[in-house]
Structures are given as structure tokens and as C-alpha cells.
Design a protein around this ligand. Sequence first.
Ligand code: PMP
Length: 427
Amino acid sequence: PYNGPSAADIMKKRLEFLSPSLFCFYKKPLNVVDGKMQYLFDEDGRRYLDAFAGIATVCCGHCHPDVVEAIINQTKRLQHSTVVYLNHAIADFAEALASKMPGDLKVVFFTNSGTEANELAMMMARLYTGSQDIISIRNSYHGNAAGSMGATAQSNWKFNVIQTGVHHALNPDQYRGVFGSDGAKYAKDVQEIIDFGTSGRVGGFISEAIQGVGGIMELAPGYLPAVYKSIRKAGGLCIADEVQSGFARTGSHFWSFEAHGVVPDIVTMAKGIGNGIPIGAVVTTPEIAEVLTRRSYFNTFGGNPVCTAGGLAVLRVLEKERLQENAFVVGSYLKDRLKGLQEKHDIIGDVRGRGMMLGVELVTDRQLKTPAKSEILHVMNQMKEMGVLVGKGGFYGNVFRVTPPLCFTKEDSDFLVDVMDLALSRL
Ligand code: PMP
């Protein structure tokens, strides 16, 4: 049993001592005190089925015993910075990560977050090409430091500070976009940005293959191959942001870019890589990696032994428990069931995504696609009361984000859909 402070006590401290910009899901904020696989528990021991996994952060399940054990063992033995000495944990994890990458992507730089990974990736692209211009896609999220906030393309997350050198291309949005699912048509916008907005040479292009914060928007098919071609013709590098969509989540592939038949020059990752512990990474080719030898470069805690020991354990669990396959099988089942719900409830305008990265967009009018902003809050609260946690996102905040731990089962899927059905019926 939990004997710590109550939700109310924590809220009081939070209001006084923590950033006023923090936000909570739910009218009555949830005080989570324990986690076990696909479940979270509140202060009263009440169990919740977690279909958000801390923003797709937990991939093998909350407090997976193998990952916990690896972290504890390494913590007892040694915890320090990775800079200036050798330690096997970082090298072992780098080798294991490299083995999951296609092509010549095999040099790993560890960071502490997705933001840091994207900052580093964009800097390397700029250094390697000698060009400053980066192109990102509207509606994307890439981080909140100077460079990555520049690449992020939603006013919700952009502060009024200088963000230079990034052009934002048309979003190949298959639901609201002007060209529907015709990826090649959207890709022309990137060529036009190169032709009319730059010197004709660019540093690179960064994108998620499925926009997470943006509301689980899978880029229209055919878009990425066409864009990668344009970017490379203009001398640029292609960066895949796999922070949310990587690590087996999409089920059909280990990395979400693979579903589009492209091989990036740089891949960034975070969240799922550590199953909840803070670690991120940039993986690139030996040739591109060379740019960082022009100066001294280090990251004090990036790749520290505890986080890399945890990361290696995550990879092993993914393989041992065949979680990518589970993400595919259970994720496809869940998507089908959600599509079934769409037939029943007019308020569901779209069901989309892949594997265990699914989105359910709520609209008050299917023709006009009017975002159902207040309805979604109500349904989300109701679902929580019935013991199911889902996320929320999209520019208008009207999309359910269903990104559970990859150990989610068919029974869990049925429970989630039945609870969503009941909450929607009560609207
Ligand atoms: N890229 C993507 C696709 C993300 O979803 C996020 C976080 N939501 C980031 C980058 C930034 O990661 P972090 O919050 O770890 O800095």
C-alpha cells in the first residue's frame, strides 16, 4: 500500500514550487504511484489500463523486471559520465543498436532526450553539408530547444524567440490535406521550397514518419521517397525522427521510416529506447559522424552506464518477447475494432496509424471536420473513471493517441474499445 502524500497535497506543492506552465490531463489529476507492465496504479491502489505509456515512452511494459534488474545491477556497480573513460555498457548498447539499423548507419551518439538528439542531428547535417537551411513538415514536433523548436511546426509549442534556418513544408496529411493520400503531390512543395526559398542547396530534411504530437498522422505514401530524392539532389541529408514511432511500435517494422522504403542519413531516437529512463540517441554513417571531430564534443550524461545497460535490456526484451510482432498483431486488431466504433459513432471522423501508434480523431461534423475539442475532454475523463488511460494530441487537441506498452493484449484492446464505446454513447 502507498503511504505517501495525496494527489491534493502534491497539487498544492506543484502550484507553489513547480513551473506554472505544467499541465495535467483530467479534471481530477491522477496521482500514479506504481506501474506494472500495461497497468498503472493510483494512490488508492486503483488499477488503470495504460494506453498512452507516458507518451509512447514505455515500450516493454512499466517496470519490466529484466530492465529494472539491468538498471539496478549497473547502478550498484558503477554510475558515472561516459566521457574520458571506457566502460562496456555504452559500447555494448551501441553495437546492439547499430545491428537494428539498415545501410551504413552504425555510429551512435547518445543523448539524454529527443530534443538533444534532434539538436545534434541538425547540427551534424549543417556541418556536413555546409548549408544552414533545414526543411521540416508543418504539424511536426521535434523538441523544445532553440534548433529543434525551429523544426517543430505547431504554434502551440513555439515560443516567440529566434528560430532560424528552418522552412516548413506542406503536411502530407491524408485526412485534411488538399491532395488526400497522394504523397508525390505534397512532395513538390519541398522541391519548391528548395527552388524558391533557398540558394538551391540545403542542409537537410527532418521528419517523423508518423507525427505523434501532431495527432498520429502517417505521412501520405510516396511522400518520403520523393522528398528524400529532392533533398539529396540539393546536397542535403535526410533525418528520420523516430523518437515516438521507433522501437518496434509500428509493428510492421522496427523503425517507422522503413514502411516508406527509405533509408535516412541520420536517425534520432529517445522515449521507447529506455522504457522510461532518460536516454536518446543519434545514429549515422561513419562519414557523417566525422564532422564532430572538428571540435571537442561531449555530452556528460549521454550514454551513461545505467541508461545504456537499461537500453540494452530493452532491446533484449523486445526480441525475447517478440513485441514487434505483438505490436503488429494486437495493434491491427485494435485498429479494426476502433474502425468498427467509427461506424457506430458519427463523432469519430478518422481512425489511423499503425501497430501500437493509433489515432482516433473526434469531429462534430464529418463533412466540415470540425474538431470536437470539449467532447474529447469529456470522453477522456469518463474513460479514466472507467479505468482506461489514453492520450490526446493533434493541433486542435481533438485526437485520441493510443500508444500502449507493446505488451498490450487483445483482451486489453477489447476493454479499451468497450470503454471508449460506452463513454461516447453517454455523450
Ligand atoms: N521528437 C518527437 C517526435 C517527439 O514526440 C518528442 C517528444 N514528444 C521529441 C522529439 C522531443 O523529445 P524530448 O521530450 O525527449 O526532448
